[in-house]
Design a protein around this ligand. Structure first.
Ligand SMILES: Nc1ncnc2c1ncn2[C@@H]1O[C@H](COP(=O)(O)OP(=O)(O)OP(=O)(O)O)[C@@H](O)[C@H]1O
Length: 222
């Protein structure tokens, strides 16, 4: 089981405070929803948890630790198994769906045969087995979200941070993706889903609401 702990984690962009410093503990096996209106600070919090905000862009205070080890930058976070699925999916439009999942695996040193197996498995899991050869640009917004999730699942994350990853999905696919996120938690990952969608939030173990950067527990982790 993994363990995500943030202590005094806050984000500012110049004078604008996006996330007031907060403490957070998401144990492996659990799924947390971060909710709140547009501009509340959800993405900023997820990017800070992933140590992905560059100092030139944002001032980040506090610390993030995974499995008890502090992670201070993006490389360390990636090395600790922290995977961020960004809001606009982060896929390259000129790669196919298969390549989008395969390339990060090969870059991590996963042997080609194992990597190809994972690509097929994860495309199947998100219901896109027939779309592997399609360019990302040729896929709908919802299909792109599912490819981005498949890419994240293939990396076997210890901490999975998904930013509005179900926002473009119809009800059936949203259920499929929430079940897949739950399966990642059951595998031992600490899962955080930023979402506007009350139905998606209702399916998680705990809900943290952000409002103008101030966090309040709606349903704490027990
Ligand atoms: N790169 C940036 N530079 C300056 N301000 C930023 C930057 N990114 C975000 N902000 C500001 O920080 C605040 C929080 O934004 P953030 O994107 O984290 O909110 P959000 O809850 O994810 O919103 P949405 O649901 O619309 O994605 C907003 O006021 C936003 O304008």
């Amino acid at each position: 089981m993994s363990d995500l702990v943030a202590t005094g984690l806050g984000v500012s962009y110049g004078d604008r405070v996006a996330v007031q410093p907060l403490d957070l503990h998401v144990p492996g096996g659990r799924m947390l929803a971060v909710t709140g209106p547009s501009g509340a600070g959800k993405s900023s919090l997820l990017w800070a948890l992933a140590c992905a905000l560059r100092p030139a862009v944002a001032d980040v205070s506090g610390t993030v630790a995974v499995d008890g080890r502090p992670v201070g930058d993006r490389d360390a976070a990636a090395g600790a198994g922290v995977v961020l699925v960004p809001q606009r999916n982060g896929l390259s439009p000129t790669l196919s769906a298969e390549e989008s999942i395969l390339v990060p695996l090969l870059a991590l040193g996963v042997p080609a045969k194992d990597a190809s197996g994972r690509v097929a498995e994860e495309l199947g899991r998100v219901g896109l087995s027939d779309f592997g050869r399609h360019l990302v640009d040729q896929l709908s917004g919802g299909q792109q979200q599912r490819v981005a999730l498949a890419r994240a699942f293939a990396l076997r994350p210890r901490v999975l941070l998904a930013d509005e990853s179900t926002s473009d999905l119809d009800a059936g696919n949203r259920e499929l993706m929430i079940a897949a996120l739950r399966a990642e938690a059951d595998r031992g990952a600490a899962v955080v889903l930023a979402t506007h969608d009350p139905e998606a939030a209702a399916r998680t173990d705990a809900v943290l609401a952000l409002d103008e950067g101030v966090a309040t527990w709606v349903r704490p982790l027990t």
